[in-house]
Design a protein around this ligand. Structure first.
Ligand SMILES: *Cc1c(COP(=O)(O)O)cnc(C)c1O
Length: 221
């Protein structure tokens, strides 16, 4: 008795209609994803390309796969034929590689630029200045097989609600400013199991929830 269906139902009740739920299935077996799928969930997030490819091959093809982890450029080619959204893009070099691989499949791959909002040093991401530079650059506009459709952020791993709120708000404010110049920006991906309610209150429209659906993971990733 895993309770995946019940967890999903409970979480769906607390999420407004305009907020997209990405079920983060990293490290979890295919049977767990199938159970969530049977309960109606269609969007899943993984943080390792190889693991996502294995799951893509084994599971129904109407699943939308989101890559939420830090990207290694040399592995982008393995997911270019099916990935729906890449959340963690944090360099122009990676964008260029995604564009190159997407082109081989005649696809346009949607990407989010990852902003650094956490105070921790361990979190990846770009400064707001750097995001501005990348979004507006001629070199980026020339990439016809990627589309930057929003921003992603991970808050500090802390229970301090005030700090979390500040971090979410800073990204939401930046996102709202950027949207005025860049109409393609539609998605603001922030919020995980422990902080998604606060993230939604502060402007998130896409949450990435793992352990609250599938239970705690056995190992740290
Ligand atoms: C693992 C992970 C999540 C989900 O974390 P939970 O706390 O289990 O909900 C969300 N976003 C990213 C980028 C992750 O790596």
């Amino acid at each position: 008795m895993t309770g995946i269906k019940e967890n999903l139902t409970e979480i769906q009740k607390t999420i407004p209609k305009n907020v997209t739920l990405v079920a983060v299935s990293k490290t979890k077996p295919i049977a767990d994803i199938q159970e969530a799928y049977n309960a109606g969930q269609r969007i899943f997030g993984e943080n390792k390309i190889q693991e996502m490819v294995t799951k893509f091959d084994a599971l129904p093809k109407d699943i939308e796969w989101h890559m939420i982890g830090h990207l290694q450029s040399n592995k982008v080619k393995y997911m270019a034929h099916f990935v729906n959204l890449i959340h963690g893009v944090d360099s122009f070099k990676t964008l260029k590689e995604i564009n190159k691989q997407a082109k081989k499949h005649n696809r346009v791959i949607n990407c989010l630029l990852q902003a650094r909002i956490a105070k921790e040093e361990t979190k990846f991401g770009l400064s707001f200045d750097k995001i501005n530079t990348i979004i507006s650059a001629e070199e980026t506009l020339a990439l016809q097989n990627i589309k930057i459709v929003g921003l992603m952020g991970m808050a500090t791993f802390t229970g301090n609600q005030k700090q979390l709120q500040e971090e979410f708000l800073s990204l939401a404010n930046f996102f709202n400013q950027s949207k005025k110049q860049h109409a393609d920006l539609k998605i603001l991906s922030m919020g995980m199991s422990g902080d998604y309610q606060l993230a939604i209150k502060n402007g998130s429209n896409m949450v990435r929830i793992g352990s609250a659906i599938f239970g705690v993971r056995n190992y740290i990733v």
